[in-house]
Every structure is written in structure tokens, then in C-alpha cells.
Design a protein around this ligand. Sequence first.
Ligand code: ADP
Ligand code: NI
Length: 215
Amino acid sequence: MNKAKIVTAAERFVRARLEKEYSGHDWWHAYRVARTAKTIALNIGADAFVCELAALLHDVADEKVCGNEAEGLRQVGDWLAAHDVEEDVSCHVLEIIAAMSYKGGGRPPMRTLEGKAVQDADRLDAIGAIGIARAFAYSGAHEQPIHDPELPPRSEMTYEEYRSGRSTAINHFYEKLLKLKDTMNTDYGKMLAAERHDAMERFLRRFFWEWEGEI
Ligand code: ADP
Ligand code: NI
């Protein structure tokens, strides 16, 4: 099993699969999550190869990308088998991918250090400067306004409401993004999240000042 070759092949596979994906799970999201997951892994002593591979592949099996999570996992499993990935690595990567995704927070916690690192990296990509950019891109794509002072953030909502209810990009910060720093698994992830959280708070403060013409 040549790790560098497998990572390069995974990059090519994911890039081809997510090239035309605009639901917020494009190839560059996978790229960033893989980089961040590797950084976290090196800082906390987790297996960097497992983290990088799981991070690269994590959205290929997402229901929003391939319509059906079980089918997506099967495809990732086939890909791992076809690329001579050792069985224990392959099982571990599939376990991480299956357990990923926020989905209102209803899933069991990550079992392994590697899983915790990848989940932190995925959440980090939803906050900070990148998170701000993604929230507005998602809103534009879903025909939601930037902000509407007459549409307050929703505090309690079902998964269906979260997915389909009418909201705004700014509300998404209050409904999800500002809560993410408290869901980090690793100390290193918490540290990165704190910085990115501050960046969002500074952005929001300015946003409301400018909205009211106070700056
Ligand atoms: P995940 O599968 O990681 O939970 P999502 O599909 O929920 O990702 O979100 C993809 C990106 O789009 C994220 O950056 C997220 O913050 C953003 N996003 C999701 N829902 C909304 C929304 N209602 N308004 C604005 N941005 C959103
Ligand atoms: Ni993701």
C-alpha cells in the first residue's frame, strides 16, 4: 500500500466526482478539509493518512451529493478496495465517513481520534472567512436574501425546517455557525475554531453597523 499514491488517486477521484457540485460540497471543500484534518492529525498524534483519506472522501457519500448515503458508502468502499487500501484503514475511513455530518447534532459521537480530527476539520470549514463565504454562496444558490431584519433567526426547528424553511444568510450564523465552536472534539480544533469564531463575530458586528449606516 503506497500511501502517497493512494492520496493522489483519491484527490483525482474526488475532484472528478465533485467538480460540478454546487451544494457547498465542491472539490475545494474536500481539499481544504483534507489539509486541515492533516494539520490537526499532526498536532494531536492521530494517523495523518487515515485523516487525509477520510477527509478527501467524506462528501462523496453525502446524500446531498449522491442521493443516497448507503449507495455512496458502497461506492467509496469499492474505490478503497480497488486501490489496495489495507482492510483496517478502509474500515476506519468508512466508519468516519458514515459518522460525519452535523444533521442537527443527532448522531453518536466519533469513536476514534482520527474521526474527531476529520469532523473538526469539516466543521472548521463552515466557520471563519471560508464559512462566511460559503454561507452567502449557499444562500444565493437557494434564493435566500443576505439579510432581512423582519425575519428573525429560528431557535427551535426540526431537520426538515432546518433544510427547507425560509431563512437568510445572516440567520444561518445564529442558527448554526456560531454554535459550531462548542461542538469541536479536539483541543487543537477548539483553538482553531475560537479564532474563526472571533472572525465571524467581528464580521457580524460590522455588518449590522453598515446595515444601519453607522460606519
Ligand atoms: P454539511 O453537510 O457539512 O452539514 P451543509 O450542506 O449543511 O453542510 O452546508 C454546506 C455549506 O452551506 C456550509 O458552509 C453551510 O454553512 C452552508 N449552509 C447550509 N445551510 C445554509 C443556510 N440555510 N443558509 C446559509 N448557508 C447555509
Ligand atoms: Ni463536508
